[in-house]
Design a protein around this ligand. Structure first.
Ligand SMILES: [Mg+2]
Length: 260
């Protein structure tokens, strides 16, 4: 079980009576040397940490025009999906084989995304900067990404909004159509990063769509849903997240809720 802890845990020790056979002795144990309460938090990007103001779609549209001379993108849903599946849907109605076009398209998309981000009215969502700074400073919290963005697109967005330094690992939407696979990869990345400190039951996913909740459950994680992106409150609630917020809250209260 989690307990709310203080920053200065290392100085803490406790005296415990231990009974060995019939003889009772006193000893001192230092629980911090062996205790491990690592909390792994896997954050979605779009609609959870930032809103990119349509920069992604603008870049995809321009990439399609540059490479294939096509002005109009087909209508596709993007919220909560992987870039891999979005690109497949973009090419589905066209007489172009997506597997042959994918690499050039995604390369051009990622180049263009760096140009479209400053042109769009994107922003970091409320409390995100403070929250990530606070959580990054905790030794008992590990931050990763769980996003449908391909890795280069994730880097472009997170670098642009100056948030990338908070995340050492993640799962990305380059190769898999299904977000559940991205969740599995993000969890494996967390386990590799943390080694012995990774705790299977202490993983949370934070996201803004039903797909975030579904993929979290697929890896046995708990979920924080936020109403700052693609999911309505009604549909998020219907998917039964552990916590739901209108916007991410201020840092200390957020961590206290996760710690239960
Ligand atoms: Mg999202």
């Amino acid at each position: 079980m989690f307990r709310v802890r203080h920053h200065n845990r290392s100085a803490r020790s406790e005296e415990t009576d231990v009974v060995l056979g019939r003889r009772q002795i006193d000893c001192v144990i230092t629980p911090t040397e062996t205790s491990n309460n690592m909390l792994t938090l896997l954050f979605d990007i779009d609609g959870t940490l930032v809103r990119a103001g349509g920069a992604g779609l603008m870049a995809m549209k321009q990439a399609m025009k540059d490479l294939h001379g096509i002005d109009q993108l087909p209508d596709v849903t993007v919220h909560g999906r992987t870039d891999h599946s979005i690109v497949s849907d973009l090419f589905a109605p066209l007489p172009i084989e997506v597997d042959q076009a994918r690499d050039a398209f995604t390369n051009r998309y990622c180049e263009l995304l760096q140009q479209t981000l400053p042109k769009c009215d994107g922003h970091v969502l409320p409390n995100v900067v403070e929250l990530l700074e606070y959580l990054s400073g905790r030794e008992d919290v590990s931050l990763g990404l769980l996003t449908g963005n391909m890795k280069r697109a994730s880097d472009a967005k997170m670098d642009y909004f100056k948030l990338n330094h908070h995340f050492a690992y993640g799962g990305f939407g380059d190769a898999h159509p299904h977000r559940n696979d991205v969740a599995r990869i993000a969890k494996e990345a967390a386990a590799n990063h943390l080694g012995d400190r990774f705790i299977e039951g202490n993983v949370w996913v934070i996201g803004d769509t039903v797909n975030d909740i579904t993929c979290a459950r697929s890896i046995g994680a708990k979920v924080v849903a936020v109403e700052t992106g693609g999911g309505s409150r009604a549909e998020l609630v219907a998917s039964d997240p552990d916590l739901i917020y209108q916007t991410l809250p201020e840092p200390s209260s957020f961590l206290e809720r996760l710690l239960g």
